[in-house]
Ligand binder design. Sequence first.
Ligand code: AP5
Length: 218
Amino acid sequence: MATYIVLLGSPGAGKGTQADILIEQTGLAHISSGDLFREHIRSKTELGQLADSYMSKGELVPDDVTIAMVKERISMPDCERGAILDGFPRTPVQADAAKIMLNELGSDITVVPYITVPDEILIARLSGRWTCRASGHVYHNLYSPPLKEGICDIDGSELYQRDDDTVETAKKRLCVYAEKTLPLINYYRKQNRLVEIQGNQPIDKVTEDLLVALDIKE
Ligand code: AP5
């Protein structure tokens, strides 16, 4: 059976950072709903225009369009062995939809690592984040700076600051997370799929804990 891992955690908890590392270690596909929306915004699609009107305010994009977009992505051939879901599901409605779409593929969610980090640290992480324009690789001006300022170590593309990484929008995203996404903690705990990971540690230590939780040897 394919392996589907849901990375849960607040904005800035390190889901994208860890997903980039885990796909190298596992060969699984990476599905980031935020990256998919940003790609639509860059390509100026109708969906991108709609998503931007929510993302710029720190609100969630409506469930129906989000679910349809992820369903299309998960049916692609590179997801046949499984995928790391980063930023999806984010509401109970999306969690139910994720279960249905994976069941239709003859699979289910394998494990849900929940990366926890205190709120005051999250704001500092988000407001200091730099993202690579080509592939979304993430850096931080203090905690994980690139070798050359403004340039991605991995693909040499330009680094930029996301529009929703201002202190004000980051605070709004944390409120939306508490209201809409926190119920998923109990949702997956009740299913015995949740594994708590301490995210306020150096990046490589968080990876180490994740690999143990996923039962993967380095
Ligand atoms: P999305 O792109 O998913 O953003 P998010 O969930 O807010 O998560 P982030 O990307 O901000 O954080 P992360 O946990 O990936 O942290 P990262 O690794 O980058 O969503 C954006 C928007 O799109 C949403 O607000 C919503 O509007 C919309 N959207 C997306 N999915 C949706 C859905 N399913 N439904 C509806 N709407 C949706 O790390 C952050 C920083 O910290 C980096 O600078 C990094 O270098 C640094 N860092 C990481 N780990 C560590 C560490 N251990 N120590 C020190 N620094 C670290």
